[in-house]
Design a protein around this ligand. Structure first.
Ligand code: AHR
Length: 521
């Protein structure tokens, strides 16, 4: 009897030890440290930027329908799209391309609409571009949604004078032919556009240049862009062309006044450019590789940052990730040149991965622009005639608004792997910041398609915090999406599966989810 009792006590102790060890193991495995006292960098709100190209139905039909359209509009710009976009507080919009930018002659898009020439959009579908959406309409759109404009100048097929005049037309207050022209076209005051790209993908659709040739051209164009002290962004090379980056940085080293930003593009192509997979019809192998190729972006970004640190140790030149996102095959039956794709939980999860990476590299990354705003690639909004759909990616941008211009809190993540078919990836991605009111926001993303994770977040270097609310984006199926005329399947829901005690935040993070938790003193 005595022996049995002793044995059962020993068993109970052993169980307790095992339980503790198991919990401890889990804690050890999925453990995040947020260093709340080490915040130095600001997460620029421009990391939450967008891109609107004359491509498919991004501009025409998506943003702009013209004043005579039965779809409610303000000076031709869709009211429903403007109202929806305001929800995500878009900080900056890049326009008119992309590849289109290096075929675009801005004077075609000003003045009375009947006098504007129709041209062929040779890059995207060979469709007629009637130039009814030009400089005035774009800047009007930016004012309506409260975003800063970012204009991409034509270096590929344009002239230095054309770009110099565009900057003058948009930004100058002096008496000059361009400012007179602007006033004649109905705009008295300059718009003061700060951000200007000097060409786009000049290694490819922007002129098939060598890095040497482009670096010289960049300096030439940039020299004559005067009015409004523009922030000039040099075109980056094709991924992963570090020689291009090195050449441009090296050749502009003695001309630091001419270069403020360096552009970087990265797309997730699932299995590669020739095997992109469909946006809504995919299996776990496609899911896994989409995550894997998104995570590769961090290595690329860090390699670029290392080069920039070498050539620009003062950290004066911003890394501008002005095209990023998922590029899948177009929806069946749509024009292949229009790049129209649906958007699922998979897009929400990769958007969070990208944004966490940009947040965590905020020292160098000063802007990022997801491709694209409406109806193209990983869009915020899809439109069909007079209907609109807010995509899962839209909701990630809405959830992550809390990080705009907040102080980045350095973070360390130790986590279990996401295993698939003998391959592994880290299952959790995270970023954290403190806003101007002192509220700390921790964003977490579990890329595992099937398994939840128990996560422990150690909030170091701060007074006692308590949880003040949580939000989640997920859905029952990995390929759930929001469709026209149907109730939304993927949006932001309240999340309460967490607790905070002694500055340890414990979270039960569901599979394929994005979560943000607010913590207050
Ligand atoms: O976003 C679509 C295209 O991708 C852009 O026009 C181009 O810059 C990039 O290759």
């Amino acid at each position: 009897m005595k022996l049995a009792k002793r044995f059962s006590v020993a068993l109970a102790v052993m169980n307790a030890v095992l339980l503790f060890a198991a919990n401890d193991k889990q804690v050890q495995i999925n453990r995040i440290v947020v260093n709340a006292d080490l915040g130095r960098e600001t997460i620029s709100k421009y990391i939450y930027g967008h891109f609107a190209e004359h491509l498919g139905h991004c501009i025409y039909g998506g943003i702009y329908v013209g004043e005579d359209s039965p779809i409610p509009n303000t000076r031709g710009i869709r009211d429903d799209v403007v109202e929806a976009l305001k929800e995500i507080a878009p900080s900056v919009v890049r326009w008119p391309g992309g590849c289109f930018a290096d075929t675009y002659h801005w004077k075609d898009g000003i003045g009375p609409k009947d006098d504007r020439p129709s041209i062929v959009n040779v890059t995207w579908g060979g469709v007629t571009e009637d130039n009814s959406f030009g400089t005035h309409e774009f800047l009007d759109f930016c004012e309506l949604i409260g975003a800063e404009p970012y204009i991409c100048a034509n270096v590929g097929s344009g002239t230095v004078q054309e770009t110099a005049e565009w900057v003058e037309y948009v930004n100058s207050n002096a008496i000059s032919p361009m400012t007179e022209l602007r006033k004649k076209n109905g705009r008295e005051a300059p718009w003061h556009v700060k951000y200007w790209a000097v060409g786009n993908e000049s290694w490819g659709c922007g002129g098939n240049m060598t890095p040497d040739y482009y670096a010289d051209l960049f300096k030439r164009f940039s020299t004559y862009m005067h009015a409004g002290r523009p922030y000039r962004v040099a075109s980056g090379g094709t991924d992963p062309d570090f020689e291009w980056t090195e050449t441009v940085l090296q050749k502009t080293q003695k001309f630091r006044n001419l270069i403020q930003g360096y552009s970087f593009h990265y797309y997730t192509f699932c299995h590669g450019w020739n095997d992109k997979s469909a946006a809504t019809q995919f299996n776990e192998n496609d899911w896994f590789h989409t995550m894997k190729n998104t995570l590769v972006m961090e290595e690329r970004l860090e390699s670029h940052i290392a080069l920039m640190d070498e050539y620009d140790p003062e950290n004066r030149i911003g890394l501008i990730a002005d095209e990023w996102g998922n590029w899948f095959t177009v929806e069946p039956g749509t024009n292949p040149g229009f790049l129209y794709q649906q958007n699922t939980v998979r897009d929400a999860v990769t958007a969070a991965l990208y944004l966490n990476i940009f947040n965590n590299h905020a020292r160098r990354v000063k802007m990022a622009n997801i491709a694209q705003f409406v109806n193209v690639l990983q869009a915020m909004i899809l439109t069909k005639d007079d209907q609109i759909v807010k995509t899962p990616t839209f909701y990630v941008f809405k959830m992550y608004k809390v990080h705009h211009d907040a102080t980045l809190l350095p973070i360390d993540v130790t986590c279990e792997d996401y295993d698939f078919d003998g391959m592994t990836l880290p299952s959790i991605s995270a970023s954290a910041s403190r806003d101007k009111e002192g509220v700390i926001h921790v964003s977490l993303c579990n890329i595992d398609m099937h398994n939840s994770r128990s996560v422990e977040v150690d909030l170091r270097g701060t007074a006692k915090l308590s949880g003040s609310g949580g939000e989640i984006i997920t859905a029952p199926k990995e390929n759930d999406y929001n469709d026209f005329g149907k109730p939304e399947k993927v949006n932001i829901q309240k999340f309460s599966s967490f607790s905070v005690k002694n500055n340890i935040l414990k979270v039960n993070l569901p599979a394929k989810s994005v979560v943000t938790i607010a913590l207050k003193k």
